[in-house]
Ligand binder design. Sequence first.
Ligand code: NAD
Length: 503
Amino acid sequence: MYYHMYKDNIWRPKIFINKGVSLIKTELFIDGQYIPSETRRTFDVINPVNAQPMGQAAKASTADVEHALEAAQTAFKKWSRTNGDERAARLKTAAAAIRDHEQELAHILTAEHGKPLNDALKEIQGTASAFEYYGEEARRISGEIAPAKSATSRSLVIRQPIGVVAAIVPWNYPVSLMSWKVAPALAAGCTVVVKPPELAPLATTKTIEVLSSAGLPTGAVNVVTGKASEIGDFLVSHPITRVVALTGSTEIGAHIMRVASDGIKKLILELGGHTPMVVFKDANLERALKDGVKRSFRNMGQICNAVNRIYVEQDIAEVFIDRFVKMTEQMTIGDGLANPSIDLGPMIDQSGIVRTQRHVDDALQKGARLATGGGKPDAPELQAGYFYKPTVLTEVRQDMLVMHEETFGPLVGIATFKGVEEAIALANSTDFGLVTYGYTESLSTAFAFGEGVESGTVAINTVSPDSLYAPYPAWKLSGTGLELSRHGMNEYMNVKHLLLEIG
Ligand code: NAD
């Protein structure tokens, strides 16, 4: 192991990925300690920059999942009875520990996922912020006194933690999306079994080790890595699991809904999207261009709120498209560990490239124009990894896959429109309803569009749609239940009517 001095003057292990120096290995994290899977099975984690193994995770069996659920159930008995001050103190200590280890965690995340190191660092810092924020919220849980139904009765409406949570996380933002579940669940008094994504399980597991070592009770947060096909349904349907919080595809969300139905589990499902960006003719063009390029391709378009389709008002379409394409061609792409501030790394795996190419081919066959991109970059050092050029299609129609099916890749289609009514109709033309972006300098257009669009978030003149302080709702096929803000914490609590007859 080599050591490296980071900016805070602390020597920490430096991780040399794929240089034959060290593979990053994690085991299951159950009841406050690492243990191997009872079958001793493991699986490789691949670095998408070069398609070589960079680490190994334990492959849990259903017996391991049961073990983790039992640990969480035991921990729940005490944790659910702690007061808000204690939970606040522990969550804030956990957040500080994550910040202390942000460099190592970000390195691991970049190595297993491919996102540039600076982006990974932001994700880890955002994770720490979520634990800090929910540390504050833990102190503010309250109920209400309802009107008494008679002179001799009193009605209290109180909230109590539901129980053990299964937190199921996707690979695109594995660490921060873990925190959007674990932090509010702990704040509410629940305990958790986390199932990280198979493609990028290591940074999430390590983050949980770090925050648990910082003072969470043993068993409060447990991790079972492994294959969803072997342990997923077992985890969801197990009687100990009372809440299932999933971020993932609509297909898996629907499956989990079915598996959870017999046990009437509480579900929080943040699922797929197909995000429109609408640029009105009075928009601040510079801002719309900069934001549109960033949000179409950041994280290689592997974001639920990535811009999938742009509608630009006819009057400004020519100049917008011309500049958008030029700005796309200036994006830098490569190894985000070697070049932390590079714009784009690789996609997560070959299946992402195949899906993106399928959307490009479908559009071209139906008459679209390839304005830029469409295929692997030429640089020799990018041939082994899962790289794909940021791609823009114009002259697109709604019946093309790119305009209504989630690509989850570096691809955007640009079409034109005229007037607010048509903009709203186009934005609403898919079955998804997660996020919509609108660019206009007119207050009346902003309100007409913002209120007319069927989506959980409408962001005007910005492409940073989430905030710790407001919910991140999902409409239509994009999900059900809430994450973020105090609403996201309330999801982990049952409401109880405590009725007293005092006459
Ligand atoms: P996925 O649906 O394939 O997997 C999500 C998680 O579910 C993974 O951990 C996977 O192992 C697990 N899983 C799969 N089958 C399961 C089963 N039967 N039981 C239990 N768990 C099971 O999604 P992905 O490819 O990891 O992520 C991409 C998807 O996530 C995209 O559709 C994207 O839009 C969505 N997403 C949504 C949001 C949001 O906030 N709405 C945020 C990020 C990603």
